[in-house]
Design a protein around this ligand. Structure first.
Ligand code: KG4
Ligand code: ZN
Length: 347
């Protein structure tokens, strides 16, 4: 299997990594979280500028820590969609420049396919078919993984992504950015049963509820109303209890849909990916529910849940081994459904 250098700059992490045969040789992440924190979220222009400043050092560090030189690299993978276009362009330009300088194949990678492949790094023997629960700042999807580049979306969110809901509720509770880790931390000391919050269901025209799609905007509004009414009554906000109840509700909603989806489709392995896969309530609830149904659930280590380039290198290596390559005209796209991944390859 190929040795691949990858670059990831789709949002606020400048990352580069070298992966060989589903094993990480280096994984460098220069996080911009501290830079964006004062703004309460990622500022696209600021992110692009910082990617430009860091990219050369991050790539050099990835090669040096991997103790690899250019002749050992079989291809260069880069995240080209979806993400912030200005941010993606920095990584894409760096990758294309290196491809031309060192005469290597270019492999464009869909960011979500990277999150799916993070599970291969932790479990090198994992083979499709399996179900992936992908929960990040921008996505909440249940994806049937049929093979490299073959994905079928079975469920998704109709409004906010799970990570987005964590970030918005954290802002309401003055817990800062990014919200997910902050809520997870404070929830430890809270009572998850203190408030009964709505799980958010999608009604079907023929009656009943959509079994796999989710909605988090109602839950977010319920937390807003709760906070407003407690403040109006002049009460101190029980922040830990609200955080724990919110987190418990999100985990319950995701667990129910994921288990139903796996059982209905005869998929016995569930791989979880994306930043929200780091959440402790989700880990606990999904693991317990899977065990009851004799399903295997795989959570990558925390460093591979949030954005990183090792997962992009892993996805790139899977494609390179199958002869998939991208043209030098490869574009950065802010949106792209995962079902269209194979359009990134010309041969
Ligand atoms: O996958 P990721 O790093 O970036 C995207 O591709 O979006 O996910 C970032 C999201 C953020 O919304 C962050 O608040 C959330 O993942 N997150 C968490 C936790 N750690 C990160 N959400 C809940 N619990 C966590 N422990
Ligand atoms: Zn991501």
């Amino acid at each position: 299997m190929a040795t691949v250098l990858a670059i990831e700059t789709s949002c606020d992490e400048t990352a580069a990594a070298v992966v060989k045969k589903r094993h990480i040789l280096s994984n460098i992440v220069a996080s911009q979280i501290d830079i964006h924190r004062p703004y309460g979220g990622v500022v696209p222009e600021v992110a692009s500028r910082h990617h430009v400043e860091s990219i050369n050092d991050v790539v050099a560090e990835a090669l040096s820590q991997a103790k690899t030189d250019w002749q050992d690299i079989d291809g260069i993978a880069v995240t080209c969609a979806p993400g912030l276009v200005g941010a993606l362009l920095v990584g894409l330009t760096a990758a294309k420049t290196l491809v031309m300088l060192h005469h290597k194949p270019l492999i464009g990678v869909h960011h979500l396919e990277g999150h799916i492949c993070a599970s291969y790094l932790q479990n090198p023997d994992l083979v499709p078919p399996f179900l992936c629960l992908l929960v990040s700042g921008g996505h909440t999807s249940l994806i049937q993984v049929e093979g490299c580049g073959q994905y079928h979306t079975l469920g998704q969110t109709r409004d906010d992504a799970a990570g987005e809901a964590f970030d918005k509720v954290a802002r309401l509770l003055d817990l800062g950015y990014p919200g997910g880790p902050a809520i997870d931390r404070i929830a430890i000391s809270g009572n998850s049963q203190a408030f009964n919050l709505p799980e958010g269901k999608i009604s079907l025209p023929e009656g009943g509820f959509h079994p796999y799609d989710s909605s988090f905007s109602g839950l977010k509004t319920a937390v807003l109303r709760l906070v407003e009414s407690l403040r109006q009554r002049g009460e101190d906000l029980p922040v830990a209890d609200i955080a724990a109840s919110f987190q418990h509700t999100v985990a319950k909603a995701l667990t129910r849909r994921t288990i139903n989806c796996a059982v209905d489709h005869g998929l016995f392995t569930i791989a979880v990916g994306g930043g929200v896969a780091a959440n402790s309530a989700l880990r606990d609830q999904l693991s317990a529910a899977a065990q009851k149904k004799n399903l295997q659930v795989l959570f990558p280590p925390l460093s591979l849940c949030t954005d990183n380039a090792a997962m992009i290198a892993c996805a790139g290596a899977e494609h390179l081994d199958r002869g998939h390559r991208s043209a030098l005209t490869l574009a950065a796209l802010s949106r792209m459904p995962i079902s269209k991944v194979m359009e990134l390859y010309s041969g």
